[in-house]
Design a protein around this ligand. Structure first.
Ligand SMILES: [Zn+2]
Length: 236
């Protein structure tokens, strides 16, 4: 039992190291998650801006048509005022043709103005809906960002506690063994110790020489010849 103690201690270090890795990973993805919420909110705002720009364009067209309509109505009033002063039948007929044309144009413009008004109304309904949607998105974003920030604080606290736990556990392991473990851990990006699984390495699955398996079972600290991870024998 005593001979296996170093490996038990090292396994405890690895357990804590893997938890640290997981906590660090969870911490590093939080800024990206916050960014995603912001991006989504920005796309709502951009869509709203686009709709409002569109409404402005239509309103401008409406004002231009109304201006044209005013001008034509002034023109019509001028023709009508001229009528009593007309002397010849020919002139009279000619001015009636003009009046006819202006009236036709007025009628067309009135139609166009009405169409623009309907268009404005439709776009403004769309804007109201989008505004409500953007408002909802903003509230949701603020809520979710708050949650993420809260989570980050909790993760940082967990990390602090876990790192301190790691320090205590590592201090209790033989320095040479600790250095060896750390080298493998860094090289392998995490898992430095693996159990023997059916006489094979539990990580790279290479079949292990029986002699090596026996040595590990006897409490010796050995590496897998293939992946170099430290091996342990799980009695359970
Ligand atoms: Zn291996």
């Amino acid at each position: 039992m005593d001979e296996k103690m170093p490996m038990q201690k090292l396994l405890n270090v690895q357990r804590v190291d893997l938890r640290i890795m997981d906590l660090e990973h969870q911490t590093t993805v939080i800024p990206r998650q916050i960014q995603e919420w912001d991006n989504s909110l920005n796309s709502h705002r951009e869509e709203l801006r686009r709709l409002k720009d569109g409404a402005e364009t239509i309103k401008k067209e409406q004002r231009r048509l109304e201006h044209d309509l005013d001008a034509k109505q002034t023109e019509l009033a001028k023709y009508n005022a001229q009528l009593p002063q007309i002397k010849t039948n020919r002139e009279y007929k000619a001015i009636l043709v003009e009046i006819d044309a202006v009236e036709k144009r007025i009628s067309d413009l009135e139609e166009e103005v009405l169409m623009k008004m309907a268009e404005v109304e439709e776009v403004e309904t769309g804007i109201k809906a989008k505004e409500a949607e953007a408002q909802k998105a903003q509230e949701e974003t603020e809520r979710e960002k708050e949650k993420l920030k809260q989570k980050r604080t909790e993760l940082e606290q967990s990390l602090e506690g876990t790192r301190s736990e790691r320090k205590d556990l590592a201090a209790d392991v033989d320095t040479t063994l600790m250095v060896r473990y750390d080298k493998i851990r860094v090289r392998k990006g995490g898992l430095a110790i693996t159990q023997i699984d059916d006489e094979s390495c539990g990580a790279c699955h290479m079949a292990l020489p029986p002699q090596l398996v026996n040595e590990v079972m006897g409490g010796k600290i050995k590496s897998c010849p293939n992946c170099m991870r430290l091996l342990y024998w799980n009695e359970a």
